[in-house]
Design a protein around this ligand. Structure first.
Ligand code: C2E
Ligand code: CA
Ligand code: CA
Length: 854
């Protein structure tokens, strides 16, 4: 771009500096151009100067001013002054000349000598100006002649003008103003783009700044301004800079064009060429230090010329290839070319001199600078826009991906039918819970719908699905009310407490400490769960069965917890009561249990088991009327609760020998009691499995026959729920026992859901109200009503009523007022070994108990 100017300047004779480059207010203010004659001869001594004039080989100059190209010879010029007197100035507007000697001859005599040139310090100039300005005075009636001796390296051109002093100063002022404007425009674009570069750190801006700056610097150097301003006393530096500004300007122009057009993307081969030329420019810069002046100038010009041609062709070529930046680039170049052409045409007389032709190149380059700045700004804007659009698109894509992921995750974690969290989600929640708060106890519960299969067979899958949905809603509303219930999934919108583990299985998690503090809530919840579901006008019992495993008692990891909850759910207990806790001993799948079974067998054989006794007190007589025998395994390292011993025995067939041992043992204990004067009845717990043994009644009968004195004093306790598993056989067995004179007691009454009409058929004389109903009667009016109703009902059916689990005096008092016949529980004493029981019996004399009961 600016290289055009450079090329024209270098090749076409430094148009800018050439005469006529000045703004000329009016041609008349300039003195008429003198006719010049020249002579090629070495510089001469001042004394020899007048002699030179007489030489015959002076030749008239064909052109207006001298221009001999790259010659290093010394030339002499002479010109007669035909002007009117006054203060005048000779101007040579090519500040590159090495040496200029000026002689003013008046009537053949040298009256003034001036030596100047850019090989001399600036301070020696007669007028402090980048161009050579030599003032002289013309007196009237004297014949004047000017003689110049010029020697220079580089282009030998001597654009001579003669001025009236005032007219020159006017012209210079106007010109300076225009140049200031021009420089101002370039400096502004330089700073503007520099700031943008500093803000954005984009190389293109830096190259643009460097390129424009080097162009500006080149211009200023060619005009001699830099010499005058920066290093007026250092002619060597001025000449060195003169050599370097050209390759520098070429280098930065190349770098800028590459970067601006993104040639490495758009045209890699052209880019390679530009890289090569950049390399040559660097070499040219280095060359200025070693090459001879003219060689250096010539190679710079050759470089500039080829670079210029390449750069000027790239624009349209890239434009055709739809390089988005090429339009601006080409137009900017075009403006500079047009401007330069205008100026050049004027220089060569093709166009008249006017403001536009004079300043065409400056205008062109200024417009070019402005246009490129706009182009850069536009590119910046476009890139911003593009990046913004790209970012927006990316964000949209990300959001879409995210929501798809969420949807997939949602699907992966939920049951499609019920919309509840699925097994995976349930497991994750438990994992998270026991990892986060491992120091609490949690109950992991599963609800299995036992009746679902038969419903499906009756009503079909579609109805089953609908039913499962209804069950999910119902169960969710039930479990959410359980104290200590923990959310499986919690979002801003909702908390979900129930999970769908399998089509017929749900799960939930409860804080075990909170729920065990509220046993009644379990009972109520269970009742609600058990209610049949109203569907299509039918009351459909889903028969839900709950199994529960406790963290950390039953297992420490999620998988085992859920598995064990399932095992508990599948147990007889769950079938009977609707709810069962996991019991390791009943887990036929656990390794511990295997060893436990063989240990129990051993213990039974080796008589390691024992019976403890717990008294049964009559509330009416304040006397102990009986004792319940409860199994113990005293010498075992880790104690096993009685019901677990029984459970293992039941599952492995050991219950048969166990119960028989217990019965025989009770007779022995009772014998000891009798010996000590305590004629108390002894109650023995019987498993429903025993009732299924065909020879069980015979065994009991034979036992009683062999031990006459215990006849009628050994009561068999059977839980109401256990008999429900096989009602017909149980009834048969109990009837035959009863007819053999053996009293039967219904244990754990009220804990299950057996029908009273069935109970009524049983040959029992005693009902034991379950501990769970008794525990809270002092505080729960509802429980009190149930117990009172039970007592009244049982009395009306002719049963004696025993309250189990009486732990305090208040409960005992209350039960007495409610008409309960007997109590049993820790308030009297926990079960004790026979020896301790004997001590207890004698120390707790009847009167003491009487006092206690008031
Ligand atoms: P069960 O027949 O209901 O026995 C009463 C249970 O309540 C006993 O637990 C007893 O220790 C406990 N208990 C008594 N008073 C209180 C009280 O005030 N508060 C509390 N919290 N508990 C009290 P144990 O001895 O652990 O026996 C548990 C169950 O194991 C028995 O319940 C019974 O079903 C079964 N069992 C025990 N021994 C035998 C046996 O020899 N044969 C059979 N088949 N089952 C037995
Ligand atoms: Ca019992
Ligand atoms: Ca009981």
């Amino acid at each position: 771009m600016r290289h055009i100017a450079l090329i024209f300047a270098l090749i076409g004779g430094f148009i800018l500096m050439a005469p006529g480059a000045h703004a000329e207010p009016s041609a008349s203010s300039r003195l008429p151009q003198p006719s010049i004659a020249f002579l090629k001869a070495p510089p001469a001594n001042i004394d020899a100067v007048p002699g030179l004039l007489d030489r015959p080989d002076w030749q008239p100059l064909a052109e207006e001013t001298p221009n001999f190209g790259y010659v290093t010879d010394n030339y002499w010029y002479r010109m007669p002054l035909e002007s009117s007197p006054g203060n005048q100035v000779l101007e040579i507007s090519y500040p590159q000349l090495d040496y200029v000697r000026f002689y003013l001859l008046a009537d053949g005599e040298i009256v003034q000598t001036v030596v100047t040139g850019d090989h001399l310090p600036f301070s020696e100039r007669p007028l402090y100006h980048p161009s050579f300005l030599i003032p002289y005075t013309v007196e009237p009636n004297v014949e004047y002649e000017i003689l110049l001796s010029v020697k220079t390296s580089g282009a030998h051109q001597v654009p001579i003008r003669l001025w009236q002093q005032n007219a020159l100063f006017d012209a210079l002022t106007t010109e300076d103003r225009l140049h200031s404007l021009y420089y101002g425009i370039l400096i502004t674009t330089i700073f503007f783009n520099l700031f943008i570069f500093l803000a954005l750190r984009e190389a293109t801006y830096l190259y643009y700044v460097l390129s424009t700056f080097s162009y500006l610097f080149l211009m200023a150097t060619l005009r001699g301004v830099t010499f005058q301003v920066f290093w007026p006393d250092n002619p060597w530096l001025q000449n060195q800079v003169m050599l370097m500004v050209v390759p520098f300007a070429v280098l930065f122009a190349l770098l800028f064009a590459r970067s601006f057009l993104r040639l490495w993307e758009a045209a890699p081969r052209t880019d390679l060429l530009l890289q090569f030329l950049s390399g040559v420019s660097l070499l040219a810069i280095l060359g200025t230090f070693v090459l001879e002046f003219n060689t250096s100038i010539k190679s710079s010009v050759a470089l500039a010329l080829s670079a210029f041609l390449v750069l000027i062709i790239i624009g349209p070529l890239q434009w055709i290839r739809r390089n988005p930046q090429a339009g601006f680039y080409t137009i900017a170049w075009g403006l500079l070319i047009i401007g330069t052409m205008l100026t050049a045409s004027n220089k060569y007389g093709l166009l008249p001199t006017n403001w536009l032709t004079t300043y065409g190149m400056q205008v062109g380059s200024a417009l070019e600078a402005i246009l490129l700045t706009i182009a850069l700004a536009k590119r910046l804007y476009n890139e911003r826009e593009d990046r913004l659009h790209a970012r927006e698109a990316e964000l949209r894509a990300m959001a879409a991906r995210r929501s798809a992921e969420l949807r997939m995750m949602d699907q992966a974690l939920h049951n499609p039918l019920t919309g509840l969290p699925n097994r995976t989600c349930f497991e994750m929640m438990i994992n998270d819970l026991i990892a986060r708060v491992p120091d609490r106890r949690y109950a992991i519960a599963v609800i299995h719908l036992n009746n679902l299969q038969s419903i499906t067979k009756t009503l079909g899958h579609r109805n089953t699905d609908r039913l499962i949905e209804l069950a999910a809603t119902r169960y969710h509303s039930v479990v959410r009310e359980i104290p200590g219930i923990l959310a499986i999934e919690e979002t801003d919108q909702r908390s979900v407490y129930l999970a769908s583990l399998e089509p017929a299985t749900f799960g939930f998690v409860v804080d075990a400490d909170q729920i065990s503090a509220a046993p009644r809530a379990i009972v109520i919840g269970l009742e609600e769960l058990r209610e049949p579901i109203d569907y299509l006008g039918m009351q459909l019992p889903l028969d839900p069965q709950i199994g529960t495993a406790i963290f950390p008692d039953h297992a420490q990891d999620t998988n085992s917890l859920i598995r064990r909850a399932h095992i508990a759910q599948d147990s007889d207990e769950a079938r009977d009561r609707g709810l069962a806790y996991y019991q390791p001993t009943r887990d036929s799948y656990s390794a511990d249990r295997l060893t436990l079974v063989s240990e129990l067998r051993q213990a039974l054989q080796n008589e390691e088991l024992a019976l403890h006794l717990q008294p049964k007190l009559s509330l009416a007589s304040h006397t102990v009327v009986g004792l319940e025998a409860l199994i113990r395994w005293p010498r075992r390292k880790s104690p096993i609760p009685a019901d677990e011993i029984v459970a293992i025995a039941e599952q492995t067939g050991l219950i048969r020998p166990l119960t028989r041992w217990v019965l025989e043992q009770s007779l022995e204990l009772r014998a000891r009691l009798l010996d000590r004067g305590w004629p108390l009845s002894v109650s023995v717990n019987i498993s429903p499995n025993n009732l299924r043994e065909p020879d069980f009644p015979d065994f009991v009968q034979r036992l009683m026959n062999n031990h006459h004195r215990h006849r009628g004093a050994i009561t068999l306790e059977v839980t109401e729920t256990s008999m429900m598993q096989d009602p017909a056989n149980s009834l048969k067995a109990l009837n035959s026992l009863h007819s053999a004179g053996i009293p039967v007691s219904i244990d754990d009454f009220g804990s299950g859901y057996s029908s009273l009409s069935y109970i009524k058929q049983l040959p029992a004389s005693e009902i034991k109200i379950d501990r769970s109903l008794i525990t809270d009667i002092t505080t729960q009016p509802g429980d009190r009503v149930i117990v009172q109703t039970t007592i009244d009902m049982c009395h009306s059916l002719g049963y004696t009523v025993v309250a189990e689990g009486v732990e305090d005096e208040e409960t005992a008092d209350l039960l007495k007022t409610m008409g309960c016949d007997m109590i049993q529980g820790y308030w009297l004493t926990p079960p004790l070994p026979i020896d301790e029981m004997l001590v207890w019996l004698s120390s707790h004399t009847m009167s003491a108990i009487s006092r206690k009961l008031g």
